[in-house]
Design a protein around this ligand. Sequence first.
Ligand code: PLP
Length: 409
Amino acid sequence: MKRPRLSGRAFFVGRRDMTKWSKRTQAVHGGTRRSQYGELSEAIFMTQAFVYPDAEAAEARFLDAGDDEFIYARYGNPTNRMFEDRLAALEGTEDAFACTSGMAAVSGALMALTKAGDHVVSSRALFGSCLYVLEEVLARFGVEITLVDGTDNAAWATAIRPDTQLVFFETISNPTLEVVDMGHVVALAHDVGAMVVADNAMITPVYSYAARLGADVVVYSTTKHVDGQGRMLGGAICGSRELIRGPIESYMKHTGGAINPFAAWTHLKALETIDLRVRAQAATAAFLTEQLSGHPKLNNVRFPTHESHPQYDLATTQAPSGGTVLSFEVKGGKQAAFKFQNALEFVIISNNFADAKSIATHPATTTHQRLPQEQKDLLGISDGLIRFSCGLEAPEDILADIEQALAVI
Ligand SMILES: *Cc1c(COP(=O)(O)O)cnc(C)c1O
């Protein structure tokens, strides 16, 4: 019997320069690595380790592994690498490292880039776990943290000192949708030689401006818009090749934060549709904001790129859309907000966002329940606040569901 030829050359679209193509095209083709079988859909390399034709090859790879040579899945894996390259292409950075979750990405970036005695400045309006990593973990290792109001340009200027090592913020904050003036903050940070790390979950890779406006490192919870269908936890750290394959990879590979290949594959395939999904969800967010503004049962209907947002000029200068999430306050506090949520017909009550299914979250009693009241007040997390994540349902159906639920109050 003829032995099948398994030594055919693998061909790598991934190493082709995709940069002349639009982001939408890169999101479909970027990073693709085909095996000798010529599969159309990218393969899941569900393997922990890799094998070598001989002992010399093993020695050589441990000495200096090439771009497409792998040793152990905690260090890297072909499916993970496809996802990393495709996401980096969308973000406009040289490289990326894929992590088990958004928090593995945030904590990994912060731990890899700071040391005892460093000073870090961060906006106060942060995802709760990010605040924990800064105030509880980094502080425990002797990193000094200064928190500022991210919308206050003067506060950034006062807080960033000549010895500041790193500046951290969410480009658009969750759940209050505050916008950081990136040009201003990046200039202040780079003036003193500080590194800028931006948590970009809310603005999405489709509308991202973080790398373009000078962030040195962009972190994603790919659990959100990249997956987009509520399946897999994941995260990514994007940045220059020097940073990603230097201190970031060293930290991540030795501490065990690498994404598993199945999750990486789910996110890789989800990137093929992210442009269509996010643009549709963002259009719905703009539509709902317009329709709900001035509703007699609501206060403060907010979306960064709607003209009623206090930072409308800044938000529209930075991006064509404010993302896929809006927020509003139901008049009547917690009781009215709960009544509204309980009356929704298909919109889901959950703490997640960026799903194909629309989601209404009550941050004060869920995602931000543990914050002391004065912190909630400072951040604008009121008892009536609803964070509304727009799904892929028909926009007029989502509006009708919201309106009938408001009518019940
Ligand atoms: C969800 C989220 C995270 C954490 O991501 P996980 O994937 O849940 O670990 C971090 N930052 C922001 C802004 C988020 O929305």
